[in-house]
Ligand binder design. Structure first.
Ligand code: HEC
Length: 462
């Protein structure tokens, strides 16, 4: 999904030094496109903990000193960045985020990345989160809005079991499976036979990433029957869940970062950070979880890797954590998985600016020129909407309208309570929403797509 390719408010990325004045020519004509990248006190190279891409932040504002820039760099989420005094950033592939302070330039961030499908999220991360101006780089200059992979809202499929497999657990013998990244089919079955990986692969960006190497032929675990049995059990569990869509060598472009296909030591392919998460030491709850009763008994609340026996799964990875000699001080430096989503949940909406909120005729308006797929009006002070299945309908929602993935997104100027054709009212389930109370304060929360906010601000009803 577009979900995780999100840049933190003040992130930047890795690049190599380059000659002075390397302007990123995006053909935009914007002054932001021609930044003298060598004029600052230095650069910060780091890996964006959320998108997984290298980024580079250049400290260009007059207020930065080498010390304050180095300090900012050390605070980059994840492992922190490497500060290079006097260094400039090389132009990046996705684009550049230019952030101003007062009437001067503050910093630029070069956003690394490979896929045109990531351009919309990179742009919104820059404009919505960092308050910057996005200048398309080589990949994004030719990308169109259509390149964005639209998140397909989860539905549940109920189908007959494959020939030779036992009857399904639903009343009519069918096997029921949600089509969502956090979903699983029935234990013992393969998710790919019952869920839609095509739908799941809209839930976050999918691309191949080389896996960590596995231990060689002399590794004692290869002859350890108890280990091999646990490893095989854990693998069968993952194969029943949507993770299997991207984490095997059979995924369309190959495995993403870790691979169930690397038998029998597939757990070796997981990064240390991933092992810490699966061992229960790093929070990933913001990535969403079903009630196990609605997910064929698979629990992602007590085990980041969904399991019908969470304690057994967590135990398997705690032993792997110990085997690698990892420590709690290592864990302390790992940001929560889905930290960009956490930032969205904890964001405190402020009063809408001109051109945002509600106009005198009762139309909901948002700026930025992009159309919306999700529009929420909430009681002020409600939790912000997050991702399905358990964060997308916060208590305090007054009205919510969705546009399906194949529908035409909504332009700003949506009359409160009026559901345009092609859109679906998600809340209230039936009946029109309660009328807005004059003078009462509400939050307008508008999404370009799941986890990509266009507007999130409070307004007083006219
Ligand atoms: C749509 C594809 C897709 C699905 C489905 C998916 N992932 Fe991933 N996952 C990725 C990609 C791509 C990366 C690599 C990100 C990077 O490093 O740039 C990744 C990386 C990870 C990592 C980082 C660990 C490492 O070894 O570096 C963890 C942990 C992880 N996934 C867990 C899961 C779990 C658990 C599930 C199922 C609940 C899941 N993923 C489902 C695409 C997916």
């Amino acid at each position: 999904m577009a979900l995780l390719a999100i840049v933190s408010g003040c992130s930047s990325g890795a690049a190599s030094p380059e000659g002075p004045g390397d302007a990123l020519d995006a053909g935009s004509g914007d002054a932001a496109a021609t930044v003298d990248a060598a004029a600052g006190v230095g650069r910060c190279d780091y890996r964006n903990a959320f998108s997984g891409h290298d980024e580079c932040k250049a400290y260009l504002g007059a207020a930065w000193t080498a010390a304050s820039a180095a300090d900012d760099c050390a605070k980059q989420p994840g492992a922190g960045g490497a500060f290079v005094a006097g260094g400039a950033c090389a132009a990046s592939t996705l684009g550049r985020c230019v952030v101003a302070k007062g009437d001067g330039l503050d910093a630029t961030t070069e956003l690394g990345g490979v896929a045109a499908t990531e351009c919309s999220s990179a742009e919104l991360a820059c404009t919505t989160f960092a308050g910057g101006t996005f200048v398309a780089g080589s990949v994004c200059a030719s990308a169109t809005t259509d390149d964005h992979t639209v998140f397909i809202w989860p539905t549940q499929s109920c189908v007959d079991p494959l020939p030779g497999e036992p009857a399904g657990q639903s009343a009519d013998g069918k096997v029921c499976t949600w089509n969502l990244i956090s979903a699983c089919t029935e234990e013992g079955r393969d998710y790919r036979d019952y869920g839609s990986c095509d739908v799941v692969r809209t839930n976050r960006p999918y691309y191949p990433v080389p896996a960590r190497a596995i231990a060689g032929a002399s590794d004692p675990r290869r002859a350890d029957a108890a280990y091999l049995a646990e490893s095989a059990w854990a693998k069968r569990q993952v194969a029943s869940c949507a993770c299997v869509c991207c984490h095997t060598s059979a995924a369309p472009k190959g495995a993403a970062a870790w691979s169930l296909s690397d038998d029998p030591l597939w757990a070796d392919t997981i990064s240390d950070e991933g092992v810490a998460m699966f061992a229960g030491y790093v929070d990933s709850s913001v990535l969403g979880a079903f009630d196990p009763a609605d997910n064929n008994g698979f629990d992602r609340v007590h085990s980041a890797l969904p399991s019908t026996d969470p304690a057994r799964m967590v135990g398997f990875f705690q032993r792997e954590f110990d085997r690698r000699g990892l420590t709690q001080s290592f864990v302390a430096g790992i940001p929560p998985f889905g930290a960009a989503l956490l930032d969205q949940l904890s964001y405190a909406p402020q009063a809408c600016q001109a051109g945002e909120g509600i106009d005198a005729s009762g139309k909901l308006v948002w700026s930025g020129g992009k159309p919306a797929r999700y529009v929420y009006v909430l009681e002020a002070g409600s939790d912000n909407p997050g991702i399905p299945p358990n964060f997308d309908l916060p208590a305090g929602t007054v009205w919510r309208v969705d546009v399906p993935h194949d529908g035409q997104p909504l332009a700003s100027g949506l009359a409160y309570g009026a559901v345009p054709s092609g859109a679906t009212q998600r809340f209230p389930a039936s009946a029109p929403p309660a009328p807005l109370v004059a003078g009462h304060v509400y939050t307008l929360y508008v999404l370009y797509d799941v986890a990509l906010p266009l507007a999130r601000c409070t307004f007083s009803a006219p």
